[in-house]
Design a protein around this ligand. Structure first.
Ligand SMILES: Cc1cc2nc3c(=O)[nH]c(=O)nc-3n(C[C@H](O)[C@H](O)[C@H](O)COP(=O)(O)O)c2cc1C
Length: 330
């Protein structure tokens, strides 16, 4: 392997115990133990996407699967969905989320990522077990809040990315968050190759969080039609819609998104619309109906032209980033 630029060895690598600053994003329905283990084995950080409702025994199985395949650090991403108590006085985690948190703590997963909502109440227990806690944020004020809550690092994802998105583009969000907080920042949203990693480092981030790029890999869970759609799609073929969950979410544009665009008033608020979204996700991501199903993807799909092994993606991005950095310093 060619010599890699020293600039790729950022403090976040030491924080997480990884060799390369490449984090595979937690993705519900897509990122299971097999993908996470492949990315971690290759020197990045693989992350199981548990979403809001992966059954506790399934999550434990996936965690143990990673451990059977690699001894490298890995993570679990949970959407910390909270609901108000009956009297409206406090917010508590839903039962599914509470059970997943218990499993992650019991299993002492090296890295816990909160994809939505605050992991504040869990941080002391995670710390006591030697775990690191990261939060995904889409706005500067969310980053400040996460740091005040005590996270070890923030993952700032711009609205170019796949899945749920905020309003700010990656190129502005990253330096704005870097300026606002005093913990390491990882950049995500629309990044898919080594040039993206080099650019993220130039913007002040210490690594990248890549979702769509890792959907198009052999180890990702998901129907081949979904992977092929991403490989074939241009950067202009995604759309942000609330049709999946009630919250803005970037999906591949298809019959599903067009039909809901025509009846936007019928979209129910989060989480009620997820009843539609879960059914359509199963149709698209598991059964391969790419017209009528939900297919989350970032604008990054315009940069993805193959679906190799995840380890090849990790190594290629490291090589490309290194070459880009060398080029810049002449
Ligand atoms: C299929 C899919 C599922 C996702 N599910 C989750 C999730 O469960 N939790 C989460 O924090 N983010 C989720 N995301 C967002 C990703 O973690 C990440 O922020 C995003 O993919 C980055 O943009 P990119 O796709 O352009 O790389 C999902 C994204 C995709 C594409």
């Amino acid at each position: 392997m060619q010599r890699l630029s020293k600039a790729l060895r950022t403090p976040v690598c030491d924080l997480l115990g990884i060799e390369l600053p490449i984090l595979q994003a937690g993705m519900g329905w897509v990122a299971y133990g097999r993908l996470a283990a492949a990315v971690s084995s290759a020197g990045g950080l693989g992350v199981i996407g548990a979403g809001t409702n992966m059954p506790a025994d399934e999550l434990r199985r996936e965690i143990r699967l990673v451990r059977s395949l690699t001894d490298k650090p890995f993570g679990v991403d949970i959407l910390f969905a909270a609901i108000k108590t009956a009297d409206g006085a406090a917010a508590v985690y839903t039962a599914g989320v509470a059970q997943m948190i218990e499993v992650v703590l019991e299993e002492r997963v090296p890295v816990l990522v909160s994809g939505l909502g605050s992991p504040k109440d869990v941080i002391p227990q995670a710390r006591a077990r030697g775990m690191k806690v990261l939060s995904v944020v889409g706005a500067v004020r969310h980053a400040r809040k996460a740091v005040a809550d005590g996270v070890d690092a923030v993952i700032a994802t711009g609205c170019d990315g796949g899945g749920h998105v905020g309003k700010i583009g990656t190129a502005v969000l990253i330096p704005a968050v870097v300026d606002a907080v005093d913990v390491p920042v990882v950049a995500g949203g629309g990044l898919a190759d080594g040039r993206g990693l080099a650019a993220a480092l130039a913007l002040g981030a210490q690594g990248v969080w890549l979702g769509t790029r890792f959907i198009a890999t052999r180890e990702a869970n998901g129907h081949l039609n979904y992977k092929n759609t991403i490989v074939a799609a241009s950067e202009a073929q995604t759309v942000v819609t609330r049709a999946h969950s009630g919250k803005p979410c970037r999906l591949i544009r298809n019959k599903f998104t067009d039909e809901w665009q025509a009846r936007e008033a019928d979209i129910r608020p989060y989480p009620l619309q997820l009843e539609v979204g879960h059914r359509a996700s199963d149709l698209g991501r598991r059964q391969g109906d790419v017209e009528n199903g939900v297919l989350p993807a970032g604008q990054s799909c315009g940069l993805i032209r193959d679906a190799p092994a995840a380890s090849d993606v990790v190594r290629r991005i490291a090589r490309e980033a290194s070459a880009a950095l060398d080029r810049l310093v002449g």
